[in-house]
Design a protein. Structure first.
Length: 154
């Protein structure tokens, strides 16, 4: 039986998502969660601004995850994932940005209702990766902040 154009697109989309999942999952653990060169360019090499932006990200990222958990509809989920993706890209938190993009693409491609999507294996995996990435990045930022405070107290 011939494959329709839509079936071919669905398979292509699945392959792209699978590739994205593998790419995110295979990141080297030695990399820091923040791209410091990017952040430096973004803040015009202003160290105080770098710390301020990172602190804001560390406060807001968990809120966007909570919004996704509490959302009642697909639109709210997409908005939270999209906003988190943009915030992560701004500070150079590429893993969080890529995980957010994966969640957003799954949401945009989904044909089912919000409840069905939330239960899908791919979405559960993507949300788990996003949650772990956010927690790791926030912990890294909090450690930097604590180290900076300890250094300035001496």
């Amino acid at each position: 039986m011939p494959t329709t154009v839509l079936e071919g697109q669905d398979r292509s989309t699945e392959r792209n998502r699978d590739t994205a999942v593998r790419k995110i999952a295979s990141r080297r653990t030695s990399e820091t969660p923040i791209d410091w060169a990017h952040l430096s360019r973004f803040t015009l090499n202003d160290k105080a601004l770098e710390h301020e932006v990172l602190d804001l990200f560390a406060m807001d990222a968990p809120r966007y995850l909570a919004k996704m958990d509490a959302s009642r509809g697909r639109k709210d989920w997409i908005e939270a994932a999209h906003t988190l993706k943009g915030s992560a890209r701004a500070v150079g938190a590429w893993s969080v940005a890529e995980c957010s993009e994966l969640v957003e693409s799954l949401l945009l491609a989904a044909k089912g209702e919000h409840a069905e999507l939330a239960e899908s294996r791919r979405m559960v995996e993507a949300l788990d990766m996003l949650s772990r990435s956010v927690r790791g990045t926030v912990a890294y930022i909090e450690q930097l902040t604590a180290t900076a405070r300890a250094s300035s107290a001496q």
